[in-house]
Design a protein around this ligand. Structure first.
Ligand SMILES: Cc1cc2nc3c(=O)[nH]c(=O)nc-3n(C[C@H](O)[C@H](O)[C@H](O)COP(=O)(O)O)c2cc1C
Length: 364
């Protein structure tokens, strides 16, 4: 498959780039011949369409501008699949991607015909080149509500229809600002990442994404609006508190993954009501390296978290924050941690051995 991947994200190191890099890796794994175009890069800087119809009336098929689009038009025609990725800006695609589509106007011509969706569209100059061409869109936005993405997805469907391309799939990755919270959603985020890689493989093999892959790539990252709001706020508070690296999604991810407040909030949230149905206990977690204390009051299936110490808990756990993060993520074995003496326990140690049952890894 010859695939033209068009990246419409102006921001480097953002969430669109992070996900589309996985997709691009999948394309290559599938053996696709990929032209990877970053519209934000200097080399692909495109002048705006002037709407002058030079490409229809003066020199048919040729734009009045002489810029990188001259080389891209033949690549579009020759591609078996066109993949477009964009961050969502005001319910729409980024301006550079929109401009890219406007600049495809020389490929169309005057003279109307009916599209597959039954809409009158401009004739295509080389209709055979569009036959069987697949179109895939990837939209990455911060908002949670699906309706907020519908105008953009509908625009993509109309573009595919007007250029006579077959829709190979649309991925709507909402809640982008929750993507750095690996600690709180380790299972879900692994599935999302794997799905973007798989989507790339499917696109590279056939130009068509499976419903399962799309569903995994779009997995919800928050169970409800309140949770979403909390984490979106934590995202911004963290970003504001950082230095200039706050625009780098990987750096932000590192930062939130080592924040013990987030870790302990997630642990409290993940309580297993069945396993703790008969349990009443106060658990204290002390992290001397950052001088933080967390008190869990477990009462028959519920857990109340207080960010303060208590003098007589049923169990006190003392360790470094990164050790607790590794234990929580099941990257460090409890027995090994106790053997190495990197964790200290006081009180009812049997409670400690059951913690992974009381507080399983959160999956959403
Ligand atoms: C100008 C602007 C407008 C935005 N409008 C929307 C929007 O309408 N819907 C949405 O879900 N997110 C919106 N966002 C948030 C971005 O889509 C979100 O931050 C996304 O992760 C940006 O992609 P990036 O991380 O690759 O830069 C907007 C962001 C900017 C800068």
């Amino acid at each position: 498959m010859k695939v033209l991947l068009v990246r419409g994200n102006p921001r480097k190191n953002g969430f669109t780039q992070y996900l589309v890099n996985l997709f691009a890796a999948g394309l290559l794994e599938a053996g696709a011949r990929v032209t990877d175009v970053d519209l934000a890069a200097e080399e692909y800087s495109l002048k705006p369409c002037l709407g002058c119809y030079h490409c229809w009336l003066i020199k048919p098929g040729q734009c009045v501008h002489h810029d990188p689009m001259e080389n891209l038009l033949p690549v579009i025609l020759e591609a078996d699949a066109l993949v477009c990725a964009t961050p969502v800006y005001y319910f729409a695609m980024s301006s550079c991607l929109k401009n890219f589509f406007e600049r495809t106007f020389p490929l169309a011509a005057q003279g109307l015909e009916t599209s597959k969706m039954g809409i009158l569209r401009n004739r295509l100059r080389s209709p055979a080149k569009w036959e069987n061409k697949k179109f895939i869109s990837i939209a990455v936005g911060a908002l949670r509500a699906r309706e907020a993405y519908e105008p953009l997805n509908q625009t993509f469907r109309l573009i595919a229809d007007t250029l006579d391309m077959e829709l190979g799939g649309q991925i709507t990755r909402a809640e982008s600002h929750l993507l750095p919270f690996k600690l709180s959603k380790p299972i879900t985020l692994k599935r999302v990442e794997a799905a973007f890689l798989k989507a790339g493989r499917e696109a590279g093999a056939s130009g068509v994404l499976s419903a399962k892959t799309i569903a995994d790539a779009e997995l919800a990252l928050s169970p409800d609006e309140q949770y979403f709001r909390t984490y979106a706020n934590i995202f911004w508070e963290t970003a504001v508190s950082m230095d200039a690296t706050n625009t780098n999604s990987a750096k932000l991810q590192q930062r939130v993954s080592s924040d013990p407040d987030i870790l302990m909030r997630e642990m409290a949230r993940s309580i297993n009501p069945k396993a703790t149905a008969r349990l009443r206990a106060v658990l204290q977690f002390d992290f001397p390296d950052c001088q933080r204390h967390y008190r869990f009051t477990v009462d028959k299936g519920h857990c109340e978290l207080k960010f303060e110490p208590t003098s007589s808990p049923d169990l006190r756990v003392t360790c470094a924050t990164d050790i607790w993060a590794a234990l929580f993520m099941r990257k460090l074995n409890v027995a090994a941690a106790l053997r190495q003496g990197v964790i200290a326990l006081e009180g009812d140690k049997s409670l400690f051995t059951r913690l992974d049952r009381y507080f399983p890894l959160p999956s959403v």
